[in-house]
Design a protein around this ligand. Structure first.
Ligand code: SAH
Ligand code: SF4
Length: 359
């Protein structure tokens, strides 16, 4: 049976016409029930005739990912382990930020694949390998779960403000489903996230980067993590198959919106890429890019060959970049007490280490 969350609005229109002979406005009604009013059951759709609802129930379903566990950190960061229909597990994380008026807003970190084939040496997801692609219903289903959890039922005043594709997986290697998801997100009768509220993070995949840029459907973040090709080959060998110089050249011609800057992610690994020499090379590498650097403090994962960088080196690294007039901001991982770095909760679950208790 078709999961209706797998259809874009034009596809839903065609599906309803072909299967039930329903007019176009019916698709908009059902679409709003699913994406704005968080309906999971056709019986809730009270402006749709009973006959139509009954026929729908015989042909289609609305399937959300199931919440396997929820863990809330002391800082409010909330991590969900989700079970997909075939039993596959993925993670999504909600990160709070409080406005000056004290209103709590949230950013959601989304997964795009079950596992990841890129095998970056510091990443728990990469080390566990690739299982399968996620469907659009599974990608966007993470948002439905989060909105339900947050009681976020007012589309005109959403508390879930921003989305980042920084969970499990390489979004540009699941290009078709990610692009379809971005199109649906953009729809103002549905989830209604403008491209400025969405960031897609990639380790750098040539074809996908070009397509994402042309679509203009999200902001871009790129995981650099090393300032030279040689070092990048060591810490992210598969991503480095696209040479760093070529990646940077592609970023220079990447189409940006007004005031948009590319987020350049640089994971600080203790004693590996956090020294003065790397700071100098990095400053040179990004000098001509319209970007801002996020320096991410490595969150050690079990069995990984890296250590967290020490405070002094982080500070010196940041200061060097500022002196070169490069915007660099240090990001400490939130939710460390709940293993909130990408892939860590699932790694704990599948290796038999007890997962953190729910709230
Ligand atoms: N595949 C994409 C998006 C998912 S990874 C990409 O690589 O950009 C998102 C971010 O999580 C990456 O920037 C990665 O560096 C970071 N990350 C992975 N493992 C981490 C860890 N142990 N500590 C801190 N950040 C980590
Ligand atoms: Fe995949 Fe990103 Fe992890 Fe690398 S850092 S293995 S690209 S999820």
């Amino acid at each position: 049976m078709t999961n209706l969350l797998d259809l874009t609005l034009p596809e839903l229109e065609a599906w309803l016409r072909d299967h039930l002979g329903e007019p176009g406005f019916r698709a908009v009604q059902i679409w709003q029930w699913m994406w704005q009013k968080l309906a999971r059951d056709f019986t809730e759709m009270t402006n749709v005739s009973r006959a139509c609802r009954e026929r729908l129930a015989g042909l289609a379903r609305i399937v959300w990912p199931e919440v396997e566990s929820v863990a809330e950190s002391r800082d409010g960061t909330t991590k969900f382990l989700l079970r997909l229909e075939d039993g596959a597990l993925v993670e999504t994380v909600l990160i709070p930020s409080d406005s000056r008026e004290g209103v709590r807003r949230w950013t959601q970190c989304l997964s795009s694949q079950v596992g990841c084939a890129m095998g970056c040496t510091f990443c728990a997801t990469g080390q566990a390998g690739f299982e399968r692609q996620m469907s659009m219903a599974e990608i966007l289903g993470q948002i439905l779960v989060a909105r339900k959890h947050l009681g976020d039922a007012r589309p005109d005043r959403p508390v879930l403000r921003n989305l980042v594709f920084m969970g499990m997986g390489e979004p540009l290697l699941n290009l078709r489903q990610v692009m379809r998801s971005l199109e649906c997100l953009n729809n103002d009768k549905g989830l209604n996230f403008s491209p400025r509220r969405i960031t897609v993070s990639t380790c750098g995949i040539e074809k996908g980067l070009q397509e994402l840029g042309e679509s203009g459907l999200a902001y871009l973040a790129v995981s650099l993590h090393a300032p030279t090709q040689q070092l990048r080959e060591r810490i992210m060998p598969k991503a480095a198959r696209w040479p760093l110089d070529d990646l940077v050249r592609a970023l220079k011609s990447y189409p940006l919106k007004t005031r948009e800057r590319i987020t350049l992610e640089y994971l600080l690994l203790g004693g590996v890429n956090d020294g003065p020499e790397q700071a100098r090379d990095l400053a040179k590498l990004v000098a001509d890019l319209k970007g801002k650097l996020n320096l991410i403090v490595y969150n050690p994962t079990d069995g990984a060959p890296y250590a967290a960088p020490d405070e002094e080196r982080i500070l010196a690294f940041e200061q060097y970049l500022w002196k070169r007039r490069i915007t660099a901001i240090v990001r400490k991982s939130k939710g460390q007490d709940i293993s909130a770095a990408c892939g860590q909760l699932k790694a704990a679950r599948t290796s038999g280490v007890p997962a953190p208790a729910g709230p």
